[in-house]
Design a protein around this ligand. Structure first.
Ligand SMILES: Cc1cc2nc3c(=O)[nH]c(=O)nc-3n(C[C@H](O)[C@H](O)[C@H](O)COP(=O)(O)O)c2cc1C
Length: 369
């Protein structure tokens, strides 16, 4: 890697050069032919920006208010498993990076660092973004209750239940190279070691897959707001609100689970519309393919309140530890602030669908009914 690192693509190249093949395959890969993986990034590019000029930009900022607190930036680090496979700094480094840049952090249930150690580092940090914990359903309800009690005691502010991966996706690159190996690195809270992609498909795994009734049970076990991650259908978004979810995360798991799903940029407008029709104060978040500050801006223009970034943060972590992850978030933040100013928006509250042009009408979602 020669020359300075000035964008997220540079971070991806530096990570690929730094990581063993199996780790690169695990972190960067997607399911099937990786069509959804590629489409996620391409779909943000299918929208052009429509700036307004001569707007009053004085007092500009990126703040918003959600779930009873201020968010300095409408950006969170997505939950990602086994971050110590990327770098020894792992989830602790990622959380410090997010806090330093005013971004939120969602810690994965498959974290390779104990949740208490991560929370302890950042929970008292003024100016950090929200600190959330992501759960996969576990059929052992006692264990799930015990974990939720730990999450609450550690100071996490919301639970994210991931609902789009009741079985493992089938990722060819991972199957070729096997899972990464790292001495002493194992999941801190997940009861079984990770299994290679594609294994454990319809056997016992699907038997334990959660239903809406389980989601309702989960809500009754916690005082924390619960968001559902992996919502792509407007009817599921409505159901989520009906059972009491605080919000939904429009996600196709970064193209890692089921290939040929549409891009999240394509799915977002209808889900956002369904949520707004039911409840104004419910959160709509989105992830998948966010690689530029302009992508984040477009996500907000298409109806999201904030977005999550996945792989790029891991890539920064992989080749430069916490500093690398912080740099990725800083780049996104700087690009986003520039986009706000250059489109004539003094704050995120000024972002509007009218700031978008559909460049390629076939890639744009059908008009909302
Ligand atoms: C290596 C890796 C591990 C992931 N692990 C989890 C996980 O444990 N839980 C989860 O809900 N999503 C997981 N995801 C999905 C991310 O939360 C997120 O939906 C996705 O990465 C967003 O797309 P992006 O990588 O294009 O930004 C993982 C993604 C990657 C790349």
């Amino acid at each position: 890697m020669t020359g300075p690192i000035v964008n997220l693509h540079d971070h991806a190249r530096a990570a690929q050069a730094a990581l063993p093949e199996a780790a690169w395959a695990y972190f960067s890969g997607g399911a099937g032919d990786e069509l959804t993986l590629r489409r996620n990034a391409a779909a943000w590019q299918a929208w052009g920006l429509a700036p307004r000029v001569l707007r009053d930009l004085r007092g500009g900022h990126t703040r918003s208010q959600w779930l009873g607190r201020e968010w300095p930036m409408p950006l969170l680090v997505a939950p990602m498993a086994m971050q110590r496979w990327a770098h020894a700094d792992g989830e602790a480094g990622m959380a410090l990076a997010a806090a330093a840049q005013g971004c939120g952090m969602v810690l994965s249930h498959q974290s390779s660092t104990p949740l208490q150690d991560v929370a302890h580092l950042v929970v008292a940090e003024a100016g950090r973004g929200p600190l959330w914990f992501q759960l996969y359903w576990m059929s052992d309800r006692g264990a799930l209750r015990g974990l939720i009690a730990q999450v609450e005691a550690a100071g996490f502010e919301a639970l994210v239940l991931t609902v789009d991966a009741p079985v493992n996706g089938v990722r060819d690159r991972e199957r070729r190279h096997g899972l990464p190996q790292a001495e002493g690195v194992r999941p801190a809270h997940w009861p079984t070691p990770p299994v290679p992609s594609g294994e454990g498909l319809c056997g016992g795994v699907a038997e334990a897959a959660p239903t809406w009734a389980d989601v309702q049970w989960l809500m009754a076990q916690t005082r924390l707001p619960v968001l559902l991650k992996g919502i792509t259908h407007p009817l599921d978004a409505r159901e989520a609100l009906a059972v009491g979810a605080a919000g939904v995360i429009v996600s196709n798991h970064g193209g890692r689970v089921l290939d040929t799903l549409p891009a999240t940029a394509e799915l977002l407008p209808r889900v956002a519309e369904a949520v707004r029709a039911q409840r104004q104060d419910a959160l709509v978040l989105v992830d998948g393919g966010i690689r530029r500050g302009t992508d984040l801006f477009k996500a907000l223009a298409l109806g999201a309140d904030a977005a999550l970034v996945g792989r790029p943060a891991l890539y920064g972590l992989a080749h430069a530890g916490a500093r690398g992850a912080a740099h990725v978030l800083r780049l996104l933040r700087d690009e986003f602030e520039a986009t706000l100013a250059l489109t004539g928006c003094a704050s995120v509250q000024h972002i509007h669908p009218d700031h978008l042009w559909p460049l390629n009408p076939t890639a744009a979602p059908a008009p909302l009914s």
